[in-house]
Ligand binder design. Sequence first.
Ligand SMILES: *Cc1c(COP(=O)(O)O)cnc(C)c1O
Length: 408
Amino acid sequence: MAFVNENFLSLASGYLFPEIARRTKAWQDKNPGQKVLRLGIGNTTEAITPHIAKAMHDKIDLLSRRETYTGYGDEQGDTALRTALRDFYRSEYGVVLEADDFFISDGAKSDAANIQELFSPSMVVAVQDPAYPVYVDSNVVGGRSTGYNGTNYDGFVYLESNSSNGFIPDVPQGKVDLIYLCFPNNPTGAVITRSQLKRFVDYALENRSVIIYDAAYADYIREPGYVRTIYEIEGASRCAIEINSFSKNAGFTGVRLGWAVVPRTVESENGGPGTIHRLWNRRQCTFFNGASNIAQAGGLAALSPEGRAECRKLVDYYLGNADIIKKGLESIGLVCYGGVNSPYIWARCPHGMTSWEFFDYLLEHAHVVVTPGSGFGPAGEGYVRVSSYGHREDVVAAVESIKEHVHG
Ligand SMILES: *Cc1c(COP(=O)(O)O)cnc(C)c1O
């Protein structure tokens, strides 16, 4: 008799995006012919840029000839790409890492979900609240929660991010073992300064915990003083794993390519020096056959000077959208956070509405779809996330419609 993994049954049903789709469809059925304007999704919309697209075309040409065909590559990723990432961290961030600290993957979400496998099921996990759902869900499946209590998961430590702490939570009160951090943050758009992140690194070193740092939006940071990689902080290479991706800066959401930095120097209580690095290598070699060689050719091109210039322009485009959204919402009196150094605007619902009430209001009156903040954790209640991913003309139309129909 086959029993399913009980931990999977502990997951609360994936409610947020299906419910958005359900309500949007219900509205469309009631209002045939009316156009829905979408500011809800975290999915890129602009084309892959020419230099990067050409590199992928060229790779397909190589694969199309017997003489230059290649099959499986290294599970850890192509040496050229790992080396280019090492060089990029050095030139862009002034951070010294080894090429074999970089593990290429099919995206940051998989790495964010899989990394918990390295740690004992008894580990106490801290997450930001609100947060990108994969950190919590993967640890529920990893058996680190005793269940959903209707608000959140028992056993996890929720680090509340709110307007009084500028959406930068304090370090945990007691001792935790794993800490998930994401900056620039999805969904709040918050960015973290060196001194703020240093407190987490110092906490981790003191408590011998490991930080899993999601830097997927690092390229959106345009103002000085904010952390783009956790290894900018002294001591981080002893206590931090970083995950990142080409999804949001090169438009690879569909192409699929990411990386994890797992330095040899990251420490654990058991197994001796380098164990976490060695086990991640072991895990990837057994459970993963490497990222697509076409995608990796694109990633390598994205790190070249031409590729970097193209990615910068692409990110500029979305930041331009973010600016239009933020200014538009503020012009009608809505209180907004993020939207600078980040593609997300975290807007407070007016008149004390809940996240879902404001969602319904925007859909009904402005025909605009946003993401209810409560879907990212209890501390997200009373907010909505507005995304700058969209064609400029659609973003402008959505903002105009909100300005016409909503009063802050
Ligand atoms: C979009 C996003 C990622 C990227 O995920 P991929 O799997 O690389 O596409 C990672 N973390 C966060 C917080 C994101 O919003």
